[in-house]
Design a protein around this ligand. Structure first.
Ligand code: PHB
Length: 390
């Protein structure tokens, strides 16, 4: 009797252990590190909302595994990102690291992805060099050279001769400034001033005054997502719009998250970008409607679409490996993957692991009472020019 009880007990214990083991293996964890608080919190809010919407629409399973999302707030500070990534790998045993709202946070995490052989999906940061920092990095966001090239060509072809550049002084801003300068000056344009503003606590007023004093045809601006409203306000207050100076740049400055509150000063701004909430496709209309419905009417911006496609990559890579979470197999599965995103057709360059996507020329217009980036031309399947030129 005693023996039977003991045997039964041990059996239960073994079953419980096996069950626990099987459970652990049947769940695949995705560590999503984002700035959820601080000056770049809108990026975190947008990406988290998009990732959760993707999971709500596609179910919790991929490749026979249950997907578990673990969201961590790095406040946009690289040292914090790195520590959180380490904890997610060592303690939580995540199969994917994802997110990365700012370039320095992605660069700080790259060595951890390499060492742990964990795929790292960059959903937001846009400096060209990032994907070269680890063979485990795959990007679903964009690069600044990619988004700057079309507007630089547009400027040269549309009668602009003298342009002042104003960029935030870190990786993506320097990439934008370099690409614009190369393309625009090669076409005969001149750049009398190159202005750089700090990333933290920027005061745009003195820079916009200097830009106004140079009397250019246009001001080329790159600021990170969220900072565009302050630029627009100073652009109007310093009278640059009244002086007939055009505002151009990659589309970060007319971010869909804040565009609608900018007012008439934003009208006519010409930008090039991979995503507009006004993109005319069935996929995007469904995305914008579902995103708004799930988030109190919030309009998705270009960060959201990076989060959405990043989750698609997780799901599809697991489907391809049959649920196997070996890092090299997952990255191998992602290389060359193609799909139709809300932004249009996209793919992962098998050589660089960077995104290949359409970049659209857009103009800010009022549509049904709301400000939108209305697309008027398409540059198809653009690879990151920051890499191909090296
Ligand atoms: C970046 O840090 O790479 C970054 C952040 C915000 C943007 C673009 C690039 O809008």
């Amino acid at each position: 009797m005693l023996r039977r009880l003991f045997a039964g007990g041990a059996g239960t214990l073994v079953a419980a252990l096996m069950c626990g083991g099987a459970f652990a293996q049947d769940t695949v964890k995705v560590g999503l590190i984002l700035p959820m608080t601080g000056p770049f919190a809108s990026t975190g809010r947008q990406i988290e909302a998009a990732a959760k919407l993707y999971m709500a629409q596609h179910g919790a399973m991929a490749g026979g595994k249950k997907i578990e999302l673990i969201v961590k707030d790095d406040t946009g500070v690289a040292d914090v990102t790195k520590r959180l990534a380490q904890e997610l790998v060592v303690n939580d045993k995540v199969a994917f690291l994802a997110g990365f709202g700012l370039t320095p946070t992605a660069l700080a995490t790259a060595p951890i992805a390499t060492e742990a052989k964990v795929p790292m999906i960059v959903m937001a940061a846009g400096t060209s060099i990032i994907t070269e920092r680890s063979p485990f990095i795959v990007r679903t966001s964009f690069t600044l050279p990619q988004n700057t090239l079309p507007v630089a060509e547009w400027a040269a072809k549309n009668g602009l001769k003298k342009v002042v550049t104003l960029v935030t002084d870190f990786g993506p801003g320097l990439d934008a400034e370099k690409t614009f300068t190369e393309v625009f000056t090669k076409a005969g344009g001149s750049i009398p001033e190159k202005l750089r503003v700090p990333l933290r606590n920027p005061d745009f007023a003195p820079f916009l005054q200097r830009a106004a004093d140079a009397k250019p045809d246009a001001l080329f601006v790159f600021v990170p997502s969220g900072a565009g409203s302050a630029v627009m306000k100073q652009f109007a207050e310093r009278g640059l719009n009244k002086a007939g100076i055009k505002l151009i740049g990659p589309g970060d400055v007319t971010d869909d998250d804040i565009l609608n509150d900018m007012g008439d000063v934003a009208l006519g701004t010409i930008t090039s970008m991979h995503y507009s909430a006004a993109h005319k496709s069935a996929e995007n209309q469904a995305f914008v409607a579902a995103f708004g419905k799930a988030n109190n009417g919030m309009r998705p911006n270009f960060m959201a679409v990076g989060g959405w496609d990043g989750m698609h990559l997780v799901y599809q890579a697991l489907a391809k490996t049959g649920g196997k979470t070996d890092g090299e197999a997952l990255v191998g599965a992602m290389k060359g993957m193609k799909w139709v995103s809300p932004r249009g057709p996209i793919s992962i360059d098998p050589e660089t692991r960077d995104i290949i996507q359409n970049v659209y020329m857009r103009k800010v217009e009022r549509v049904d009472g709301q400000l939108y980036n209305v697309e008027f031309a398409t540059f198809e399947a653009v690879k990151d020019p920051g890499k191909t030129k090296k």
